[in-house]
Design a protein around this ligand. Structure first.
Ligand SMILES: Cc1ncc(COP(=O)(O)O)c(C=O)c1O
Length: 380
């Protein structure tokens, strides 16, 4: 499926423009993050902070703020000088981690459906991806299937919780089982935690905080989702000094450094009070509930997500059997764009009737999308 997700996003965005559709396809907010944070970036540019190549691992202020964030929210201690790396979004962090840690022929286990860069990055590293499927209605990890997927060639588990596109948030018991397996079979875990603050049911637990995991986990996050500045592409890695050194050695030849002035702004953003983080998830929780209720009323089978920007639905109740076709037609039929989840699976049959909608949009935009979908569903 390498690249298919990316292609479908471009196709659907173009279709949204051509048909004047409400675009609930790609996951980015339609309102920027806090003004004070944007001002901090503007101030940094005008003050000449970070306009020339900043330090490769990231500016010290940001590395310190990332370490403090890990301590504040999870009680994890990282040395900002050796155990934190700033990257160009989580996307670069995932790519650099896989290129650094996977040798040709190594197997990488990931829970499908998965974020579309994973397959491409495993392939670029010469690795072999081994999917373990999350299935509706709960999209819980099948731990027996995971255990059976591990072979002598398995190098690492690429974990994403809260999970895009299903919105599943792995429980403590599930993460403990995965951690135990990683320790028993001497595996690394690359944990993509970009939605760590977008949790509405349950709570996010970093797998790196579990016993035995400190030296075998590369944790990845990003300012894009947490502060609603997805265009800034400031991400980070926290891990042992040895793992950070390995990832840094690849980052050096991917981008060398990451956007300087934005780093100053993100350093400030990470220090915002708890009320900011609570407000962000409360706002998105309300939007999740609005979209889930409206889609269910229109006749979709809805799998309410515990976290992220996305809700997965099934279209069989609407008399539909092919999500790709459905998503190509929906803009013309209803004036709404969504993404067929099949593009996130190795096995397209597994997600054939699933369709993903993003709810990180203004309430009036979601209401307009729902009004259009309801009207279409009534008349079809
Ligand atoms: C699971 C997951 N990982 C990584 C990213 C990319 O993050 P960034 O924009 O920081 O590169 C996304 C963005 O949609 C995502 O959903």
């Amino acid at each position: 499926m390498t690249g298919v997700g990316t292609t479908i996003f471009a196709e659907m965005s173009a279709l949204a423009v051509a048909t004047g559709s409400v675009n609930l396809g790609q996951g980015f907010p339609d309102v920027d993050g806090p003004r004070a944070v944007a001002q901090a970036a503007a101030d940094a540019i005008m003050a000449g902070h970070g306009n020339q190549y900043p330090p490769g691992p990231g500016i010290p202020e940001l590395r310190r703020a990332i370490a403090d964030h890990q301590q504040r929210f999870y009680g994890l201690a990282f040395d900002p000088a050796a155990e934190v790396l700033v990257t160009t979004g989580a996307t670069e962090a995932v790519a650099a981690a896989l290129l650094a840690l996977v040798e040709p022929g190594d197997e990488v286990i990931a829970f499908e459906p998965y974020y579309d860069s994973y397959a491409a990055c495993v392939a670029m590293a010469g690795g072999i991806r081994v999917p373990v499927t999350l299935r509706p209605p709960d999209f819980r990890p099948d731990l027996d299937a995971l255990r059976s997927a591990v072979t002598t060639r398995t190098r690492l588990i690429l974990l994403n919780s809260p999970h895009n596109p299903t919105g599943s948030v792995f429980t403590r018991a599930e993460l403990e089982a995965i951690a135990k397996l990683a320790c028993e079979r001497d595996l690394l875990v690359v944990a993509d935690e970009v939605y760590e603050h977008l949790v509405y049911t349950g709570e996010h637990l970093p797998i790196g905080s579990l016993p035995g995991m400190t030296d075998r986990t590369v944790s990845i996050s990003s300012a894009g989702k947490t502060f609603s500045f997805t265009g800034w592409k400031i991400g980070w890695v926290t891990a042992s000094a040895e793992l950070v050194a390995a990832v840094t050695s690849v980052k050096q030849f991917l981008t060398y450094v990451s956007g300087g002035p934005f780093q100053y702004a993100v350093a400030e953003a990470l220090r915002m009070p708890d009320a900011y983080y609570a407000g962000l998830s409360a706002d998105l929780r309300g939007k999740r509930d609005l979209l889930c209720a409206g889609l269910a009323e229109a006749g979709f089978e809805v799998y309410p997500p515990a976290g992220t920007y996305f809700v997965t639905t099934d279209i069989r109740q609407l008399g539909e059997s092919d999500g790709v076709r459905f998503c190509r037609e929906l803009p013309h039929r209803a004036g709404v764009v969504a993404i067929p989840s099949a593009v996130f699976y190795d096995d397209p049959e597994a997600g054939r009737t699933q369709v993903r909608f993003a709810f990180c949009k203004r309430t009036e935009v979601l209401q307009e999308a729902l009004a259009r979908i309801t009207e279409w569903a009534k008349n079809s």
